[in-house]
Design a protein around this ligand. Structure first.
Ligand code: GAL
Length: 945
């Protein structure tokens, strides 16, 4: 085998990198764009923007009708941007073939983002990593001897083929004269090769993007590699995963990085990927643990620390993880890519969602922060606590981050700080005797001071700011703090205002600086009405943290609305005198209150609602409960025996004969011929091997066989049979040796059947061609016979290379007999299916299928998030592949786990019709067992994480 470095002729490389060294222009002038940037922030049309972004992968939610749901939920939490990987392999089943239809319709995706008011950071790779098969390289790359992620002309030709396709779509959705909201384009992904070769590669990708009409800033997440010089990004970004990826110790807490110096000259600080969760391996502790490891406290401390360090663009990986459906997962990971993210795989809210919302809202209300610089910290009277300050010179606005100096500290603290503001000196804040600024363990507070909030002036508050808006004739300002914690807010007026405490308890003090000082303990929602102080009337809302969860802000186009008391406000549209809100109800109907520009009529999800004036001037109305879902039990079930390949007389003449003597794989064959599944065009799921050997006068039969099979990762397995007799399985490993029982041998042709599985191809993080690590049998050594005593035939996914289900794409199925016959698609007739009960009680190793059809008739308009659950009696050893209406939505390994619940999005599941559920079960031993009980689950009705 040739090493990747040798693939490109020295002369060709020299030509490519020539002129890129000393003296060559490092940067061509970028094209004009509506998106700009300076050392403080990105801008759009010259206006500064805090980019508060979340990562979302459309290939992990193959239901275009639900894309708006994710974008709306992001927008509702104050996100204004989404970062999107486009996965090359998802669109390309074969060289030269690209599919952007149906679930792959990226125009539709980008339109959905635009319609929800979400900007896009486009990340087309060509390599994306992302815990997706081959890091996003197409399956057909597994047999190409390319020097991945390098200036190898053959690799670049392939990459350009993809980029031409995806760039065309991205370009037409640019904010620059396009129809969409793309504001940035990431070149490659975490590419760290600053060598001449690496720079030539990056330079090529940049030039390609420009040639394809990309005019928005080219950005990177290369952690300082392409900050300047050849191949430099316009804006460099940094990746941080401070908590790591081991979710088995969810209480662990690492130090927060300081991003202050992580930027190029004249560039803003951009966290291109900041940890928003973690992936979980086969046998791992589950995504509940990952959500704990990267929890709301983590968001509270780390994301605010980034703000205080000067980051004005943060993208959280992931905000919605979704599902690595089909065979898209890498070998290390199971089907769910929930990621412990803010929006769960079942599209519900993790507590972190609300924390990210609080911060996102605060940023939207803190414009001066975008031009602020690091300033001298305030004096804090507890050495364990530090102040990290940003100050905007033009306005004098200050933002003080109070946190433990040691961000891992879990001990509470009570402090006072000395503020020297344009508004005056406050040597001890809070001023009220007997109170303090309290920090819980693992809590940071970002406190605004000396700043305008709508028409008001805030001197300081020890509560954190969430929203500040002019709504109709008055200002509405919302502050918050932990339940029971003390708060002090000081507002400046021209003269003493009139204050009415409408709800909750607060004490008031009018002070000589014309300060109104308000003291309180955060408890529910305190409401004060303030007027007549020489400023517009003000409704001051002071919430405890839980009360902020049901606060929603949305833009109508003619001013914002604020809604209190609903689980979700998706959109608010004011047209004529009608204000139309769309949102979600709770399990029970709820009393909500709305602050909105004047409108004569209010509609909620299309229906007129009656409103009543509330004491604080809002409009009270009833949010109807969400429709109740009653899910049917699944059944009756039918079972059909499978795996005729085990039978020695099974006709395999149409299977491919293994004849290859060499391979493009980076794995060295342990025996010949090469038996790697990919080399015969079988890239996904199960592949069968049938080894024939003779037992007659001229041939000594082997006494056994030594096999090495690479499935990928510890979820792998293989099973072997001789002439229909089970020899055994290897689970979680590669090496196996099987003796051939004399009694199992027969005269003439003998058949060894081996069932293997490809758990996904490796990523190629280090550009070593690791996606070309072999899958399937890599070594087959007959014992007691000639090395070539066994002749092999191979069969995997029907049609092999390039053949694809046009609707579902290249990753959906593998090569089990039932898959080849289309049982999951409802083909193959009814013969052989027999009614059965679950949990099954089967003791035969091998493959069998189970099926049932469930008719759903869920209420129209209900956003049902359903899934399938497998519950097992203990001690079972089997693997299951779950299909719903032909779509593979789960890969289950009973004795490894941890995944038992498999969300199936509406669109795959039909909420208003029949649904065919097919489960292929591979029993790896002879102990009693088989498929456990399978039921439908409703994610909205499950306990919140
Ligand atoms: C990053 C990478 C992502 C993803 C992430 C871990 O380094 O850019 O694609 O792999 O790590 O989930």
């Amino acid at each position: 085998m040739r090493s990747p470095g040798a693939l490109m002729g020295a002369a060709a490389l020299a030509a490519l990198v020539a002129g890129l060294g000393a003296g060559a222009p490092a940067r061509a002038a970028p094209p004009a764009s509506r998106v700009g940037f300076d050392a403080h922030s990105f801008t759009i049309d010259g206006k500064r923007l805090y980019i508060w972004s979340g990562e979302f992968h459309p290939y992990r939610l193959p239901s275009p009708d639900l894309w708006p749901d994710i974008f709306q939920k992001m927008k509702a939490a104050g996100f204004n941007a989404a970062s999107i990987y486009f996965s090359w392999g998802y669109h390309s089943a074969a060289p030269g073939h690209y599919d952007f239809t149906g679930i792959r319709d990226m125009d539709r995706l980008l339109d959905a983002a635009r319609d929800a008011g979400i900007y896009i950071i486009a990340r087309p790779g060509p390599y994306i990593n992302a815990e997706v098969d081959s890091g996003g390289f197409p399956l057909w790359f597994t047999t190409r001897p390319l020097a991945n992620r390098s200036p190898d002309p053959a690799y670049l030709a392939a990459a350009d083929e993809w980029l031409t396709q995806i760039d065309r779509i991205i370009a037409r959705h640019q904010i620059d004269g396009g129809r969409g909201t793309v504001i940035a384009y990431q070149v490659e992904n975490e590419y760290y090769k600053g060598s001449d070769q690496g720079r030539a590669y990056m330079q090529h990708l940049k030039a390609k993007a420009r040639a394809d009409g990309i005019s928005v800033p080219l950005v990177g997440n290369h952690n300082g590699t392409f900050v300047d010089g050849v191949g430099a990004m316009q804006v460099s970004g940094w990746d941080h995963y401070p908590q790591g990826f081991d979710c088995s110790t969810p209480e662990k807490w690492n130090a927060a990085p300081d991003m202050a110096d992580e930027h190029g000259a004249g560039q803003p600080i951009f966290a291109a990927e900041y940890q928003g969760g973690a992936f979980d391996p086969w046998g791992g502790p589950g995504y509940g643990a990952c959500a704990k490891l990267i929890n709301d406290r983590f968001a509270n401390v780390f994301y605010k620390q980034n703000i205080a360090a000067g980051a004005t663009a943060q993208n959280f990986y992931m905000v919605y993880g979704g599902t690595s459906w089909g065979w898209q997962a890498i070998p290390q990971n199971y089907t769910s890519y929930d990621y412990g993210a803010a929006i769960t795989e079942g599209r519900q809210f993790d507590p972190k969602y609300y924390e990210m919302k609080r911060i996102g809202y605060m940023l939207a209300a803190s414009a001066p922060l975008l031009s602020a610089s690091a300033a001298t910290p305030a004096r804090v009277d507890d050495p364990a606590v530090i102040d990290v300050v940003r100050r905007d010179a033009a306005s004098g606005s200050e933002y003080h981050l109070l946190r433990h100096g040691d961000t891992t500290a879990a001990t509470p603290a009570s402090v006072h700080i000395a503020l020297a503001l344009k508004d005056g000196r406050y040597p001890r804040v809070p001023q009220a005797p007997g109170t303090a600024i309290t920090l819980d363990g693992r809590e940071a507070k970002l406190l605004a001071a000396d700043t305008d909030l709508a028409g008001q002036h805030l001197v300081y508050s020890t509560s954190e700011l969430m929203t500040a808006d002019r709504i109709g004739e008055r200002d509405v300002v919302l502050l918050h703090g932990r339940p029971g914690s003390p708060g002090e807010t000081v507002l400046r007026f021209a003269r003493r205002p009139e204050v009415t405490v409408i709800a909750g308890a607060a004490t008031l003090q009018w002070e000589k600086k014309r300060d109104l000082r308000i003291n309180y303990s955060h408890d529910g929602l305190i409401r004060l009405s303030i007027s007549g102080g020489g400023r517009p009337p003000l409704l001051l809302l002071i919430a405890d943290t839980p009360s902020t969860e049901q606060v929603w802000r949305a833009e109508t186009g003619t001013g914002p609305v604020l809604l209190l008391g609903a689980p979700l406000l998706r959109q608010a549209v004011l047209s004529g005198d009608t204000l139309a809100l769309t949102g979600d109800g709770a399990a029970q109907e709820a009393r909500a209150e709305l602050f909105a520009p004047p409108a004569a009529r209010l509609r909620w999800n299309g229906a007129a609602v009656t409103t009543a004036p509330a004491p604080d001037g809002g409009l009270a109305f009833t949010v109807p409960a969400r429709p109740r879902l009653v899910l049917p039990a699944l059944g009756p079930w039918e079972r059909r025996a499978e795996a005729p390949e085990i039978d020695p007389d099974f006709p395999d003449q149409t299977w491919q004969e293994a004849r290859l003597r060499s391979s493009a794989s980076i794995t060295k064959p342990g025996s010949l011929p090469v038996l790697f599944a990919d080399d015969y065009g079988f890239h996904t799921g199960n592949t069968w091997y049938r080894g024939h050997f003779r037992n007659d006068a001229g041939h000594v039969p082997p006494t056994g066989i030594r096999l090495k099979v690479i499935s990928g990762g510890k979820g792998g397995a293989y099973s072997a049979w001789l002439n229909g007799r089970f020899l055994g399985s290897v689970t979680g490993g590669e090496d196996g040796a099987f003796g051939f029982p004399q009694a199992a041998l027969r005269r003439g042709d003998n058949v060894l059947s081996v069932l293997t599985v490809d758990m996904g191809h490796e990523e190629d993080y280090d550009s070593k061609g690791e996606n070309r690590t072999a899958r399937g049998i890599v070594s087959a050594v007959p014992l007691g016979a000639e090395a070539d005593a066994i002749g092999w035939r191979i069969q995997g996914r029907r049609g092999g290379d390039g053949a694809t289900d046009a609707l579902r794409g290249p990753y959906n199925e593998g090569g089990l007999f039932g898959e080849r016959e289309g049982w999951h698609l409802g083909k193959g007739g009814d013969a052989g299916w027999h009614e059965t009960r679950l949990a099954s009680n089967d003791d035969k190793p091998g493959v069998s299928w189970y099926r049932t059809t469930v008719r759903l008739d869920l209420p129209r308009g209900a956003d049902a998030s359903l899934g399938l659950r497998i519950a097992d009696p203990p001690g079972r050893h089997y693997r299951a592949i779950l299909f719903v209406n032909g779509w593979q939505f789960g890969h289950y390994v009973s004795d490894l786990g941890p995944q038992h619940d498999f969300p199936v999005p509406a669109g795959i599941l039909d909420p208003h019709g029949p649904n065919r559920i097919s489960v292929a079960v591979w029993k790896t031993d002879a102990s009693p067992g088989g498929l456990g009980a399978v039921s439908l689950i409703d994610y909205a009705a499950m306990p919140a994480r």
